[in-house]
Design a protein. Structure first.
Length: 450
C-alpha cells in the first residue's frame, strides 16, 4: 500500500493521549492509529456504521473504497481471479468481510523497496513511499532501475517510510541471483502479468480462467484435467524457470532457501500467472486471455458439459472398469468428478465403495424380497443407512424419471392399458414414432409378435 501524505491530525483525534499522533510515523503501533482514526472518522460521517480500516483510509484520501482499494492496495492482484461474487468490483462495500479481513493483507512476509526509488522520492516529495509493484510475490528487482530490491524483515514494516529502513536495517537480495532472474524471459513475463493484474477493476471467474489455461496447455501438447493441474504441466513450468525462484514464489515462507522442496502448482492467482507466463510468448496476450476469459471461453449450459464429451456407453464401460468408483471414472476420462457424477446419475450408476459391491447387492435382494426393512438390512451387512439410501435413489433415477413422465397420462386400472389403447392400430402408430436401428422413422413390418 502506498503511504498517504497526511499532516498532523486534529487535536480532538489525540484525545486521551499526550501530544499529537502521526499516521505511519512509527511512534505508535499502526493498529492503535487506525483504531483512533476510525473513531474520529465515524464522528465526521453522519449515520456511518463501524468502518473497516481501508474505508477509514479511503475517506481520509477523499476516495471511494473501490478507488482506494484499486489504487493503494494489492487486492486487485490477489483477487484478480476469484470463485464468487465476480460481478462486484474490488473494494465494494457489499463485501464487508473482504474489506475488513483481506483488503490490507500483505502479499509477502517482508517489505521490499528500491534504494534508487527512495532517493528520488525524497528529493522530489521530501519523503519516500511504498510501491505496490515491489510487493508482488516473486519480484526481486525494480523494473524501473533494473537493480535488486532491498527488504525489511520486521513486524509491521509498513508503519515506517522506506527511507527509514534503508538508513537503518534492511538487506539487499543477492545481485548475481537476481541478475539471472532478470535474464529469464518467462520470469520477465510473469512480472509483467502481475503488474497488469494489479490494475484490474474486478475479478474474473476461476472456472473460466482455468478453461483458458487448459486450452493454452493443450496447444503445447499438455493435458490438464478439469479440477487440478497435471504433473506434466507442473514439470513443464519447472523447466522454464529458476527452481529457487519458483520455490520462493509458491512457498508459504516465501524466502530463498537452496534445495528446499517446491510445492506443486495450485489454483491461486500466483500459480495461474506463472503458468501463463510459461505457456505464452507475450505477457500482454496472457493478460488479455485471463481478463477476457469469459468472452473467449463462454460457459456451456450445464446439461451440455458432459454430454458432448462422453456418450452413455463409454460412461458405462468406464464405470465397470473403475468398479463403480466415480473418482477413478473422472480420472480415466479426464473430467471433473462432480460433472461425472451428474452424467452417471441419469444412468442409474451410483458411486460404490471398492468393498461394498456384495453388501449393496445383498441389501437390495433382501429389500426386494421383503425379508427385512432397509435399516435392518444395512445393519446386518455393515452399511450406513444414508449411504445406502443415496445409492438406491441414484439407481432408481432412470425409472423414476420415466414414471414421472407417464403419470401425466394415468391409466384406468393399475397395471393395465386403458380401453382402446391395446388395439393393433395404436401399436402401429407408436411404432411409427420410434426410429429403427437404421435411423428410419415411420418404419413398419408386415408381421409382429408383441
Amino acid at each position: 500500500m502506498n503511504v498517504l501524505r497526511l499532516e498532523p491530525l486534529p487535536d480532538e483525534l489525540a484525545h486521551g493521549y499526550r501530544g499529537r499522533v502521526l499516521m505511519f510515523n512509527g511512534l505508535r503501533h499502526s493498529a492503535e492509529n487506525l483504531t483512533l482514526l476510525a473513531e474520529w472518522v465515524q464522528r465526521q460521517i453522519e449515520g456511518a456504521d463501524e468502518l473497516s480500516p481501508v474505508e477509514v483510509l479511503a475517506w481520509l484520501a477523499g476516495k471511494s473504497s473501490e478507488h482506494f482499494v484499486r489504487d493503494h492496495t494489492t487486492m486487485p492482484f490477489r483477487r484478480s481471479v476469484a470463485t464468487e461474487q465476480c460481478e462486484l468490483p474490488h473494494g465494494s462495500r457489499l463485501q464487508r468481510s473482504l474489506l475488513v479481513k483481506r483488503a490490507l493483507c500483505d502479499t509477502r512476509r517482508y517489505a521490499c523497496l528500491c534504494s534508487q526509488c527512495v532517493e528520488e522520492d525524497v528529493q522530489f516529495h521530501g519523503h519516500s513511499y511504498w510501491r505496490r509493484s515491489h510487493q508482488m510475490p516473486g519480484v526481486y528487482w525494480c523494473s524501473k532501475h533494473g537493480q535488486p530490491l532491498h527488504y525489511a524483515r520486521a513486524p509491521n514494516p509498513y508503519s515506517r517510510f522506506p527511507s527509514d529502513w534503508l538508513r537503518e536495517s534492511c538487506e539487499q537480495f543477492c545481485a548475481d541471483w537476481v541478475s539471472g532472474l532478470m535474464g529469464s524471459d518467462c520470469i520477465q513475463r510473469y512480472v509483467a502479468i502481475c503488474n497488469d493484474l494489479l490494475m484490474s477493476a474486478s475479478p474474473v471467474p476461476l472456472s473460466r480462467a482455468l478453461v483458458g489455461l487448459r486450452v493454452r496447455a493443450a496447444a503445447k501438447g499438455l493435458r490438464v484435467p478439469d479440477n487440478t493441474f497435471s504433473p506434466e504441466l507442473d514439470d513443464y513450468v519447472r523447466s522454464k524457470v529458476d527452481q529457487v525462484w519458483l520455490t520462493s514464489l509458491l512457498s508459504k515462507d516465501e524466502f530463498m532457501v537452496e534445495g528446499a522442496a517446491c510445492p506443486r502448482l495450485n489454483h491461486s492467482v500466483i500459480s495461474i500467472a506463472v503458468i501463463y507466463a510459461a505457456l505464452m510468448d507475450s505477457a500482454d496476450e496472457a493478460v488479455n486471455d485471463i481478463l477476457d476469459c469469459e468472452r473467449r471461453y463462454p460457459a456451456k449450459p450445464r446439461d451440455e458439459c458432459v454430454a458432448d464429451k462422453v456418450d452413455a456407453s463409454v460412461l458405462r464401460e468406464a464405470y465397470m472398469a473403475a468398479k463403480g468408483n466415480h473418482v477413478t471414472v473422472a480420472a480415466m476420462l479426464g473430467l471433473e468428478r462432480r460433472r461425472v457424477a451428474r452424467a452417471l446419475k441419469p444412468l442409474g450408476l451410483p458411486p460404490i465403495g471398492t468393498q461394498d459391491h456384495g453388501k449393496v447387492l445383498a441389501v437390495i435382494r433382501q429389500l426386494i424380497g421383503g425379508e427385512v426393512s432397509l435399516a435392518q438390512a444395512c445393519q446386518q451387512h455393515g452399511l450406513d443407512l444414508d449411504y445406502m439410501r443415496k445409492r438406491i435413489d441414484i439407481g432408481l433415477a432412470p425409472l423414476t424419471g420415466m414414471l414421472s413422465e407417464l403419470v401425466s397420462e394415468p391409466v384406468e386400472k393399475v397395471g393395465r392399458w386403458p380401453t382402446g389403447q391395446r388395439a393393433p392400430e395404436r401399436v402401429e402408430a407408436l411404432r411409427k414414432t420410434i426410429p429403427d436401428q437404421c435411423g428410419r422413422v415411420g418404419w413398419s413390418v408386415t408381421t409382429s409378435t408383441i
